[in-house]
Design a protein around this ligand. Sequence first.
Ligand code: B12
Ligand code: SF4
Length: 466
Amino acid sequence: MASALLADGHEVRLVDLQVYRQAELRRQVVEFRPEAVGISLNYLANVPEVVDLAKWIKFALPDCFVFAGGHSVSFVAEQVLGHAGGAIDAVLKGEGETGAPALLAALPDRALTEVPGAVTADGPGRPPKMLHSLDEHLPARHLGGRRRKYFIGVMDPAASIEFTRGCPWDCSFCSAWTFYGRSYRRLSPEAAVEDLSRIQEPGVFIVDDVAFIKAEQGDEIARQLERRRIRKQYYLETRCDVLLRNEEVFRRWKRLGLNYMFLGLEALDEEGLTAFRKRTTPQVNNKALEVARSIGLSVAINIIADPDWDQAHFAYVREWAMSVPEIVNITVQTPYPGTETWLTESRRLTTLDYRLFDVQHAVLPTRLPLHRFYTELVTTQAVLARKHLGAAALAKTAGIVARQLVRGQANFARMIWKFDKVYNADRQYSEHLAPVDYQLPPPAEHPVAMPGRTQLYVHLPLSRRS
Ligand code: B12
Ligand code: SF4
């Protein structure tokens, strides 16, 4: 988005509050005195923080145009405008590269209803517009600061890169496909390699929802990287069936530096996979794990904890997770706006506190008493973490950590240190009792009939638009 705004002649600054304190934003607001501030709201749990931030910006600079955009806010635009009470002038749904330049161009005449994706207190304007080609705006990497603060696992520091956008699957708990109207677009291999060549960090996180769905794209990028002798360490996320189908591509990338991979297994049994509409089977998943091991990749997998799990189910998952060499991560089933489960499960929500929608809290009724559920969850997470972050496992990464520390990179080491503070049953439970300033829209009183799936979409696929 910054890149598109620069191309339109705007002066742009970027403050990422994942790596800067709010004081830095306050300093920039006061010194730079921007005419407009756009805030990313990709995570639903961040809604309260973003609304409060917008209120402060509006207070400090009453004439500044404040807008929000990103994944989550695109599904709850009207509600967030309501919470902000005028501090957010517009929410821009969908991709920022198309919406933001149009929004700033429309500001002098206040012709906001003409801006694709803009929602204001007067209601929604035109539908958001999807980029024709992802090659159009490569990230303005030079705007990012504190780049050594970004890391993922032992890849410290790491930058992120996008080769594709969207997902052609349609899992019931996920909004990646509804955001992009189940479309799937690719960067050209030339643009992907051009962007990669500008990355200085040794680690690269490929943030595609499902990496290398199309073998030819993965192969061609690899071929060009080989030719240009670009070598990095890579981390990516993909599906088990894609790994099996395109095994050779992943083998080739292993030779280029692919070491870490995330596979969203989500459930261990057929029933669970069907409920999530994962369109795969336990056999396919197990085979994919074997293939990943044979390639020599370190694999992390995710399992979704159903709030309905009892002690025996947690014990079964623990036992299974300890029997496989992979890193097993557990998240809690969370119906997010923009997903099908939001429509089918939201009547049962036990809380409307945005902050608890972070896949670490139970927002649906638990079969076990809530505190007991968290105790089981945290015990399971601790057992699984010890498997990989315990003394024996850490001995294997000691060399990597030592080299990082020598280079002044302590992010990974700090993460290990903080583990006990993050996973704590008492804290998780007490967060349900905290006072709530902003709440999600109350669920419908009566069961909601499933709408046509296009009603969930933020972007309509290019072929469907006039
Ligand atoms: C990479 C990624 C991560 C990474 C890095 C995240 C980071 N902090 O940078 C890691 C692994 C750390 C991560 C963690 C989590 N993630 Co994540 N993540 C993603 C993923 C796969 C890609 C995001 C990305 O970088 N895309 C590339 C960029 C270019 O796209 P973008 O950010 O969407 O930006 C575009 C538009 O949204 C818009 N836009 C963005 N900002 C703005 C701002 C303005 C003003 C405007 C106008 C437009 C705009 O324009 C951009 C360009 O078109 C998305 C899935 C997805 N497809 O979005 C999930 C996703 C965002 N993550 C999700 C979740 C649940 C999580 C976790 C809670 C999971 C967990 N196990 O704990 C954590 C929370 C992290 C946190 N910050 O608190 C969910 C969000 C659910 C929700 N509704 O809140 C998603 C949608 C995945 C999913 N399938 O459901 N994640
Ligand atoms: S969970 Fe993965 S495969 Fe399923 S829709 Fe989301 S991104 Fe696609």
